[in-house]
Design a protein around this ligand. Structure first.
Ligand SMILES: [Zn+2]
Length: 205
């Protein structure tokens, strides 16, 4: 079962004290961070002129594609003949972060109608399973596709009842909150994989 808001808060207080601030992630080094400090205030970055072309993504046409070769550092916990569910190698601050990926190399918009229908069912089942876990407030489902071409969709579970942890910036708290204890995280991963296998495919944990 994911930790309650009180348990997460207690770990934050244990790390930095009541009223303390968690360490700052290196967001100022991120190319995509949209703000910078100007005259002591946060301001939007200056918009730069357009590039001549988009930067190539990783694994274009399946060449040197990590998901095609396996999972890299990530770990597969569920699969069927066409899809796999994987997680990052280590827990972050959010209860769960998962990727649903096609086994075959394709981009999101390349899905056939049949595969898209199956993706839709898996996506809804995953949300339903995770959102019904105690202390989970919501599952955010995100497809960016800007880094790697291989079809992958993010599922971020955010805790319930923690102020500020809402909307699109929840992912940044995954980097800042102290990591979920390993045993809690592994129990929850096993629960999700097992429950999903009740509908389709096989749990691998
Ligand atoms: Zn691939």
């Amino acid at each position: 079962m994911p930790e309650s808001a009180e348990e997460i808060y207690a770990r934050v207080v244990a790390a930095v004290g009541a009223g303390g601030r968690l360490p700052m992630p290196p967001v100022d080094e991120w190319d995509i961070f949209p703000w910078e400090v100007v005259d002591g205030r946060l301001a939007p970055r200056v918009v730069e002129p357009p590039l001549a072309a988009e930067e190539p993504r990783r694994g274009v046409d399946g060449v040197d594609c990590v998901p095609c070769a396996g999972e890299g550092d990530a770990v597969r916990i569920w699969e069927n003949d066409r899809w796999k569910l994987v997680h990052p190698p280590r827990p972050g601050g959010l209860p769960l972060v998962l990727w649903l990926m096609s086994k075959e190399h394709m981009d999101y918009a390349d899905m056939s109608d049949e595969l898209a229908a199956e993706y839709g069912r898996l996506s809804v089942w995953l949300c339903r399973i995770i959102e019904r876990m105690e202390h989970v407030g919501r599952v955010h489902v995100c497809r960016y596709g800007d880094g790697s071409e291989h079809l992958h969709v993010w599922f971020f579970a955010r805790p319930a009842r923690l102020p500020h942890l809402l909307g699109s910036l929840v992912i940044e708290w995954n980097e800042m909150l102290p990591p979920v204890p390993e045993d809690v995280w592994r129990d929850d991963l096993r629960y999700v994989a097992t429950r999903l296998a009740h509908h389709d495919g096989w749990s691998l944990v």
